[in-house]
Design a protein around this ligand. Structure first.
Ligand code: AMP
Ligand code: ZN
Ligand code: ZN
Length: 421
């Protein structure tokens, strides 16, 4: 039997609590519980660094890791929220999945800017998220927030008001993102879905938490308020685990983060206007990296300043971005990328007030950008720590758990050979 099949059978025994205890010659035990197949729940804890598990405030996550599989996970470049969440569910690098940044422009849509509130499928149609693959295979899906999950992927939005979308697929159940919905409300929604009768119960679920990332930005990764946020999310995940157990619902939990967090300060800022003439460029993004386009006719002037060596920052033409970033072929990547040294920020001009906090978007191989990964459930081995791997391997893992065949991505399944029970 395939390893996933063996694991499903074992989970069935656990749910029925009858398989191993009845002697061979006794009558068949009465079936008292519904036989539930394992569900797959993908949990994202935005901005959760793997070393947050070492603060002594994560009894639930630390136990799931100790009794499951864990590893530090390398995000994709840029180590930002939207690109990496789309990578996690498409198996494609941001350069290949179309969500190349949290804020972006596309030469095919002059005058338009993609932001984290954009739900026009045009921006999302370069890749197939796993809930679409699952839907095609007849698997019911539900998302308690995930970037892109409110978008009918594959659809077309009319250019004229009321901008109706034709075609496209959303998860069977989805929620419009709202930061005000508490972690416990999000967990309660998932538990309610799992309480449904089998015909309308999801088999693939996503769940997203943002408060640790928010605290990391506001206070920095080492602040006690960030540690408090970590403890609160740990307890919230405890409520999820307890709720599923009470339902007798076996689950393969795949818990990830999109990126890590580095401490930043107004003392570590590269002011771009002191390097190049602002009349020569248009800045699409700034922060741990800056993405720029030259004002037409000003290319030579900009390149002369930008491409020279700088302290705490390096700039490239998009075609010359080092290959290890896997970034720069997509038309949505602006012509110039400047990347700051870890902990430094690239800003339009020098800061006028002192501040400190945290940020991400840096070199995806930097240890401060590493992301949490924990897998726990009937499909997974217990007590296994794996070496670091790339987050493009998550979607192939989820596809295996669901038994679906997604389009070819950038990841591989070989990472998971050592993760099986
Ligand atoms: P970042 O700027 O990369 O740190 O983005 C993190 C922020 O993204 C979170 O604080 C959320 O407010 C926001 N966010 C996360 N998911 C969504 C979503 N599905 N729709 C809109 N905004 C989101
Ligand atoms: Zn994030
Ligand atoms: Zn963030």
């Amino acid at each position: 039997m395939h390893w996933m099949g063996r694991i499903a059978a074992a989970a069935l025994c656990v749910a029925l609590q009858a398989c191993v205890t009845a002697p061979a010659d006794s009558p068949a035990p009465a079936i008292t519980a519904e036989t539930r197949a394992p569900a797959t729940i993908l949990v994202s804890i935005d901005g959760f660094r793997p070393d947050y598990l070492e603060r002594g405030v994560t009894p639930v996550l630390s136990k799931l890791a100790a009794e499951g599989v864990t590893a530090p996970m390398r995000p994709s470049f840029p180590s930002k929220t939207f690109p990496n969440h789309y990578t996690l569910v498409t198996g494609l690098r941001p350069d290949h999945n179309g969500i190349v940044a949290n804020t972006m422009e596309d030469p095919a849509r002059p005058g338009e800017t993609f932001t984290m509130a954009t739900d026009d499928p045009f921006w999302w149609n370069e890749a197939e998220p796993l809930w679409v693959t699952a839907d095609k295979a007849g698997i019911r899906t539900a998302t308690m927030f995930w970037p892109g999950s409110n978008v009918p992927v594959g659809g077309t939005r009319a250019a004229k008001w009321p901008n109706a979308v034709t075609g496209g697929t959303r998860p069977d159940d989805w929620q419009q993102f709202n930061q005000a919905v508490s972690g416990h409300q999000r967990v309660a929604a998932v538990i309610d879905w799992m309480r449904r009768p089998p015909a309308i119960r999801p088999r693939f679920v996503t769940l997203y938490f943002d408060t640790i990332d928010t605290a990391g930005h506001l206070y920095g990764p080492h602040d006690k308020r960030t540690t408090a946020a970590i403890g609160e999310i740990d307890a919230t995940i405890g409520a999820l685990v307890d709720g599923l157990k009470a339902l007798g619902q076996p689950v393969n939990l795949v818990i990830v983060a999109d990126h890590g967090m580095a401490a930043t300060s107004s003392d570590r800022v590269v002011a771009l206007d002191s390097i190049a003439d602002p009349a020569d460029y248009h800045m699409v993004e700034s922060g741990p990296y800056a993405a720029l386009a030259a004002i037409p006719g000003h290319e030579a002037a900009l390149e002369k300043r930008l491409l020279a060596p700088h302290d705490h920052m390096q700039c490239w033409r998009k075609a010359e971005i080092p290959a290890r970033f896997a970034y720069g072929t997509n038309p949505r990547v602006p012509p110039y990328l400047c990347l700051a040294e870890i902990g430094w920020l690239i800003s339009k001009s020098a800061p006028t007030e002192s501040s400190s906090g945290g940020s991400h978007g840096y070199d995806n191989a930097d240890p401060a950008m590493a992301a949490l990964f924990i897998a726990n459930g009937p499909a997974f081995a217990s007590g296994r720590a794996l070496p670091a791997f790339d987050n493009v391997d998550i979607q192939p893992l989820l596809a295996q758990l669901l038994g679906v065949t997604p389009p070819k991505g950038d990841g591989s399944t070989s990472t998971w050979d050592a993760a099986k029970r």
